[in-house]
Design a protein around this ligand. Structure first.
Ligand code: ZN
Length: 134
């Protein structure tokens, strides 16, 4: 598998505006984009640090996966995303290695990336995303 870098870290938050007081106000990072992914029922905010981004995730509905996550575990790290060269072949390779895939095929995520999630049951408890910019 050809992993390049940590593309982003996804963090589930109650309220993006509240969280930006910390990420921008205290840490001094800059939010460069806020985007709603209607299909996932989330609003996302992106901040960049080096090559890596922080993706803040706020639920836009009570039945959003993020709302469920926060209900169970509270705010915090939700997933880690690796940039990969060749997402389709990476998925086939993961399948051969019996990694449980949430997305069998890449789908469109925020920022127009092709993304796919791996089930935390197969990754030692870490919800993992692989993504590729095409
Ligand atoms: Zn993500």
């Amino acid at each position: 598998m050809d992993l390049k870098n940590i593309e982003h870290i996804g963090i589930a938050v109650n309220n993006i505006d509240e969280s930006l007081k910390y990420y921008e106000g205290v840490l001094g990072l800059k939010c460069y984009a806020i985007e709603e992914v209607a299909e996932q029922k989330v609003k996302t905010a992106f901040l960049k640090i080096g090559e890596t981004k922080i993706e803040l995730l706020e639920a836009t509905s009570d039945d959003s996966p993020i709302a469920k996550f926060i209900e169970k575990r509270g705010q915090g790290i939700h997933h880690i995303a690796f940039a990969v060269n060749g997402i389709e072949s990476a998925l086939s390779e993961l399948k051969v290695n019996e990694i449980q895939l949430i997305d069998e095929k890449p789908r469109k995520g925020a920022e127009g990336l092709d993304i796919a999630f791996l089930h935390p049951k197969s990754t030692g408890g870490v919800l993992t995303e692989i993504c590729e910019k095409k």
